[in-house]
Design a protein around this ligand. Structure first.
Ligand SMILES: C[S@@+](CC[C@H](N)C(=O)[O-])C[C@H]1O[C@@H](n2cnc3c(N)ncnc32)[C@H](O)[C@@H]1O
Ligand code: SF4
Ligand code: SF4
Length: 300
């Protein structure tokens, strides 16, 4: 079935995920950058704000015991400190603004993207609800590289967002529309348990993944609104930060003892400690080049 723009509105979530993996490969799996012989992340994820207007059943945000809406938000001074740390190590990777909430609810998002976008690419992942034509233009003009919209309601959202984009002069490839409205078993094919916090759907058993390698901490880093750094975006329990960027230099945390302890365990397929011991995520989709570089850096 085609909509008025000729888009096929019957979508297959598997194809959407495969396309997303392919789109991200040149960003995430680029040749790892080294600083003092240490591989740097290719992808920094910021959780700008600890609130969401939705409560999707498959997302830990729907459970107030795990991820309550605290309304806390990242401050500009944290962004400035992070930029200064990253410039010192000549960081060449990119940013994603996604995290533990809805990034477009941050009232100063354009100020933040203007600051970061002077130096690095930025992707925003949003549920699209706060999006208006004005907001879309504002984001495009404030150095955002890509806007990824998760559509949870249905195929009619393809028209809504395509109309909005067509009313501007913004290049069509600025916006990526992802169908996430699927329910039932086809849907559970792509969800993970977010480190033991989501039980919906027909998911892989945690015990099946217990001895599987994970490369997330090789190439990705997660920074929460208050500067706490986590080893991956799946850790919704947020009990074990590996450092805080307001207190410690970014590179010191990234190459610190705790972060490296997780890498050494996960690169051997040992998911023995929290949050990994409760996680069912396949962690090797991206990051194999970083994994090799980390191993080489420890031999030297
Ligand atoms: C947590 S949301 C944050 C950004 C924004 N609120 C959104 O929904 O796009 C980031 C991404 O995680 C996805 N997501 C949420 N829960 C998930 C789960 N249990 N497994 C896999 N992906 C999940 C969402 O569909 C979305 O694409
Ligand atoms: S998936 Fe996104 S929109 Fe849905 S509850 Fe989670 S954070 Fe909110
Ligand atoms: S095993 Fe799971 S929780 Fe641990 S780093 Fe990998 S994705 Fe994150």
């Amino acid at each position: 079935m085609n909509n008025k723009f000729g888009h096929n509105t019957i979508r297959d979530p598997k194809i959407t995920i495969e396309k997303n993996i392919e789109r991200k490969k040149p960003i995430l799996d680029r040749e790892p950058q080294l600083f003092l012989g240490v591989p740097l992340p290719s992808w920094i994820e910021l959780s700008l704000i600890d609130v969401c207007n939705r409560d999707c059943s498959f997302c830990p945000k729907s459970d107030a015991n795990i991820a309550p809406n605290t309304y806390m938000k990242m401050e500009i001074k944290l962004i400035e400190k992070m930029i200064s740390d990253l410039k010192r190590i000549k960081f060449e990777g990119s940013f994603t603004m996604c995290g533990y909430g809805e990034p477009l609810l941050h009232p100063n998002i354009s100020e933040i993207t203007n600051l970061i976008g002077q130096f690095w690419g930025i992707e925003i992942v949003t549920n699209g609800d706060p999006l208006t034509k004005k907001k879309l233009i504002e984001l495009y003009n404030s150095k955002v590289s890509k806007l990824v919209v998760s559509m949870y309601d249905g195929p009619e959202q393809i028209d809504k967002f395509t109309d909005m984009l067509n009313e501007t002069n913004i290049p069509k490839d600025f916006m990526v529309l992802r169908d996430r409205w699927h329910k039932g078993e086809e849907f559970s094919d792509y969800i993970t348990n977010r480190a033991g916090t989501v039980t919906n759907g027909k998911q892989i058993e945690v015990k099946e993944m217990k001895d599987k390698k994970c490369f997330y901490p090789a190439y990705h880093v997660q920074i929460d609104w208050n500067g706490d750094i986590y080893i991956c975006p799946h850790d919704w329990q947020r009990r074990n930060p590996v450092g805080n960027i307001m207190q410690t230099d970014f590179f010191e945390i990234w190459n610190g003892k705790i972060h490296n302890k997780y890498r050494k365990m996960l690169f051997k397929g040992k998911r023995d400690e929290l949050p990994c011991s409760t996680c069912n995520c396949v962690g090797t989709v991206h990051g194999s080049k970083h994994y090799i570089k980390w191993l080489q850096s420890w031999i030297k």
